[in-house]
Design a protein around this ligand. Structure first.
Ligand code: PLP
Length: 414
């Protein structure tokens, strides 16, 4: 890893380099090469070698029996999903659109699980026809799936998504504990499981997802422990033992200058010990972990060209041809409470030391469109390229591309 010579970050995403002339490289080639090949900026690059390496690290750290799923919500680009599918044990989806992407990847349907709180009848019917597992988010959804299964004369594979009493402490986004639109409150699950059996649905497992973007091994270990205990307890009410217990994911990546990476080995070691004393009710079940951003987030970059450098009341603004319409999260408007800079550098002057403080903004006519606030950069000229790191997850897919009517950026898996 060659760390850039400017910018603010204690922990830079690993795996990027620099040419002798100071241009940042992705996948061993200068960003200028990829930009030329794509026909210009803005451009998202996803490095397949980095994705594969990350999956390798997960396999090495997690117990062998753990099934690893990719949550394609983080990056549903078909090339990315097709690349990842053979490297993982399953895919998690959350819409009819993602269902088609997952099926096209060649993943076996029973290793695709479909979560999401508002599945339409047409989406449920497609899932039943394809033979993917429906993670039931409510009793109402269970009854609709049962009716469709009867009408279609096809079995419906289902899992119950549980909204547990506990939460994943300190998560960027909490998705369990208290009143939630996701899953069925744990105390109602026994009654639901009884009805599920009577309705003739094929019970496959439990899905207990408690949160996202967590950098604390301790918090993750605690949540995994509780999820397994809860699944074992609920199994006593199930029509048959679960084929799988999905204990969620939530592994975070360092975004802000002060963030430290997750201690993956600590999570793996604790889970290994926990599985050695797995409850008898779920001793034969697949134990599944589902991850999105941890697999792809650090492998992606967003490249945007400087159009103008201007000074206002002493503050330097680097105005780019990109912005929040492609990379909303970096602007701090994707659920963040406090705006903190993503790691941002001048890719065409990667090894140049800082010379001034500047704010990197997008081309949208709104003050929200900030890609980096007052970072240390070399003196930049129009046509220099800015790199926003950590663009592999929740980048283009989580951005309002129609806002202001600019063209869509290109995306490449390299
Ligand atoms: C969003 C989501 C994920 C992926 O979360 P990451 O933070 O990207 O790992 C996984 N499972 C469910 C149910 C989700 O809603």
């Amino acid at each position: 890893m060659t760390a850039p010579a400017h910018g603010e970050q204690r922990y830079w995403p690993q795996g990027f380099g620099v040419t002798a002339s100071g241009v940042m490289t992705v996948g061993g080639r200068p960003v200028t090469h990829w930009i030329q090949e794509a026909g210009g900026t803005p451009l998202f690059l996803y490095d397949s070698a980095l994705i594969a390496a990350r999956i390798g690290e997960l396999r090495a750290a997690l117990p062998e029996r753990v099934h690893l799923h990719y949550a394609i919500k983080a990056n549903p680009m078909p090339d990315v999903v097709n690349f990842i599918a053979p490297l993982v044990d399953g895919l998690d989806i959350a819409s009819g659109g993602e269902l088609e992407v997952a099926l096209a990847s060649g993943m076996e349907p029973r290793h695709i699980s479909f979560a999401g709180p508002g599945k339409r009848d047409a989406e449920l019917a497609r899932a039943i026809a394809a033979g993917v597992v429906i993670n039931l988010e409510s009793e109402g959804e269970m009854r609709r799936a049962a009716r469709l299964s009867r009408e279609m004369k096809q079995p419906a594979l289902v899992a119950v998504r549980v909204n547990p009493e506990f939460e994943l402490k300190g998560s960027g986004m909490r998705m369990g504990g208290g009143a939630k639109p996701f899953g069925v409150d744990a105390e109602r699950v026994p009654a639901m499981l009884a009805e599920l059996g009577e309705l003739g649905l094929e019970f496959e497992g439990f899905h207990i997802f408690t949160g996202s973007q967590n950098l604390s091994a301790e918090a993750l270990i605690d949540a995994q422990d509780k999820a397994l205990a809860l699944a074992a307890e609920l199994t006593r009410h199930a029509p048959r033992p679960p084929r799988f217990v999905n204990i969620g994911g939530g592994f975070g990546i360092p975004y802000a200058p002060a963030d430290k990476p997750l201690d993956l080995n600590a999570v793996g070691t604790a889970l290994s010990a926990r599985l050695d004393r797995l409850e008898v009710e779920i001793s034969g079940s697949e134990i599944t972990i589902e991850l999105g951003r941890y697999i792809v987030g650090e492998a992606g970059v967003y490249l945007t060209e400087v159009i103008d450098r201007k000074v206002s009341h002493g503050e330097v603004f680097l105005i780019t041809d990109g912005g929040l319409h492609h990379q909303l999260a970096a602007s701090g408007n994707f659920g963040q409470v406090i705006r903190r800079n993503y790691p941002v550098v001048v890719a065409t002057r990667y090894d140049s030391p800082p010379e001034e403080s500047a704010s990197v903004v997008g081309c949208l006519c709104t003050p929200l469109d900030r890609l980096a606030e007052k970072i240390q950069v070399p003196i930049v000229e129009p046509s220099d390229v800015i790199c926003v790191f950590l663009a592999g997850a929740y980048g283009l897919t989580a951005s309002p591309t129609r806002f202001l009517g600019h063209p869509e950026p290109a995306e490449r898996l390299v």
